[in-house]
Structure formats: structure tokens, C-alpha cells
Ligand binder design. Sequence first.
Ligand SMILES: C[S@@+](CC[C@H](N)C(=O)[O-])C[C@H]1O[C@@H](n2cnc3c(N)ncnc32)[C@H](O)[C@@H]1O
Length: 367
Amino acid sequence: MMTAKKPKGPPLWAVDVARKASRGMTQIQRRMAPPSAVLVEMVSGMWRPYALGLIAELGIADLLAGGARSVDELARETGSNAEALLRVLRPLAHDGILASPAPRTFALTSLSQPLRSDHPKSVRQSVRQSMSDWARGCWNDLAECVRTGEPAFPRQHGGRDLWTWFHEDAQEDGEVFHDSMNEFTRLTLPLILAVHDFSAYRRVLDLGGGQGTLVGGLLAAHAQLTGGVLDLPGALAGAPDYLAGLGVAQRCELIEGSVFGDIPGGWDAYLMKHILHGCSDAQISELLGHVREALPPGARFIALEMLVPEDPSGTYPAFIDIQMLVGSGGRERSASEYRDLFAAHGLKLESVARTASPVSLLVCSRA
Ligand SMILES: C[S@@+](CC[C@H](N)C(=O)[O-])C[C@H]1O[C@@H](n2cnc3c(N)ncnc32)[C@H](O)[C@@H]1O
């Protein structure tokens, strides 16, 4: 049976050393400047993402893919005012995000190459998604979220969650969101494959699997696997083309349904990537009840999530927890918080596999 060679991620000790070194450098830089200056610089750092979001939105990196171009050409092609665009591109060049090889002329640097739509490690849609009107709108309401403990998104969208809103009113925002998830999954896939042996399974179902990026990658790496993706109807729209492009469509079933009640039995492994962190504890309880009901004896349930470290000084992408607070009302959790939630629903957390990215695999069986 043909199985692709297991990809090797970077050793975790090297990742830890690199993260600590980078954190140490930042602390040293901060100690060298007066605290007031550091704070003002931090808060003015908010302007950079706006500029970055705009160039991702306008597709400036795609226009620069063939080489340097003048701001006048870029403005013409994007329907922008050249003098205003110049004022956005100039600080990005100062920052090393773009280069400016001649006056009023800009080019990509190695840092901005992944803003190209066709870059193999593109993050263009992730940048667009993070800076989208709806995402920024949630953060604008942070004070109210902190006052009430309630997320902003449903309050701002007639009580609807993100998925209903994408489906009913905002297909284009939905496409950018799903594309951004695909980008992130493609970046982390080799690191996931490096820490868990998927050759042990025959049938893998990804719950809330969007356009099938994770399952598609697993099927491409393991010829013995068949797969499935269960998601809401609108979210599966891009899956057939994506899976066909990988040459695995024949081995992958697409199931329209909700994780709150439509989880089929009979699979060897049930994956759930970046779903639990979007849920409140009450939603998780309902969800895990359905998972436990569907999980056959001997099968595995694998949640892929970012973990809050048990050690309070540990690093993790802490700000995404605020995104959960303002967006869906979910939260990031530690491994022991997940272990307790799983245990309360008849699931035993067997192992936690860290990847070299912020994502860990929480592998569970029936208790
Ligand atoms: C944060 S995205 C994660 C997508 C994918 N698992 C990944 O990591 O790239 C959440 C996914 O859950 C899906 N979803 C939300 N509510 C759902 C429900 N009730 N049933 C099934 N899928 C749902 C969304 O459509 C979306 O694809």
C-alpha cells in the first residue's frame, strides 16, 4: 500500500528556543526605551494592520508579482487616488514590508511575497479576513463585551451567529473567511502529519471541516484513507473543486449537516479543528454529547486547538482569545480544561501532541 513519506516538522525544542529568543529580543528592545515611548509605539502599531489590510484587499502584491511598478500605475489599476495610495505604501516600505527601489515606485520584499494570491504559502485571505469590516466591528465593541461578558457579533447582527450571517447576507465575507481557514490549514498540515500517525485509520471524518483542506491533505498523504467532511451547506461549496484538484475527490464524502445533532457513526477517527474554541462551555457540552453518542468503540476523537499554557508565563497566541470573546463567545482553553470537559462527556483525553505551530492535537477515546 502506498503511503507518502511522513513529513518531519522542525524539532519542538528548536521551536521553543526560537520563540524564547525572539521574546527575549523584544523584551531587551523594550527595556532600552522609556516605557511611555514603548506604550505609544505599541498603540500606534494598530495603524500597520490597517495599511496591510488595505494592500491585501486591493491585491497590490498580485500587481507587483512581475516586478516593481509606479504608484501611478498601481493607483490606476486599483481605482485609487495615487497621492493617497503613496502615503499608505511609503510607511510599508519604511517597515520592510515593501521595497521602494526608486521614488514613487514599489516592489515586493520576501516579507510581502506571501500576500500574493498565488504564493504557495499565501496569507492574503487571512490578512483580509482579520481586517474585514465585520471582524473590526467586533473589536470596536470590546468595552461592551468586557462589561457584559457577551460577544459583540450576535448583538451587531440581529442575534445571528457568523455562519448564519455568511449564509444569509454575506457570501463574499464567507468566502474570504473559508479561504483564510484553508490558508492556515495548508500551512499547518505538514506539522500535523509530523506528530500524529494517520496511517492507523481507514476512515476519517472532519466535523466542521469547511472546504476539506485538512481531510484532503490527509487523503493525499495516505492512500489507504477514505475521508469525509461534515459542514453546513454553504461552507461545503468550494470542497468538490478543492478535493478534485488534489486528486482525492473519489475518496471523500461530503456531508451537509450540523455538528449539533447530525454526526454519523461508523468512522475510525473524528476530527474537529478550531471548532471547540468558538464555543461557550454550554455549547461544548451539547457538542461533546453528540460526539460521544456517535463515537464507535475503539474510534478516536481528535480536537485540534491552540492551548492556553498551564504555566502563566508560557507563550501562546493570547490575543486570539479576545477574538473569541468578541466574535462567537467562545474561548481558548488549557489542556486540563479540555480534559475536564471531555471527561464530563464520557471521553478520555489519551494524549496531547504539540505541533511546531500553535496548534495541538488532543486525542480522545470513549472513557
Ligand atoms: C473556524 S472554522 C474551522 C474550519 C476548519 N475546521 C479548519 O480548521 O480550517 C469553523 C467551521 O465550522 C463550521 N460550522 C459552524 N457551525 C457548524 C455546525 N453547526 N455544524 C457543522 N459545521 C459548522 C463552519 O462552517 C466552519 O467551516
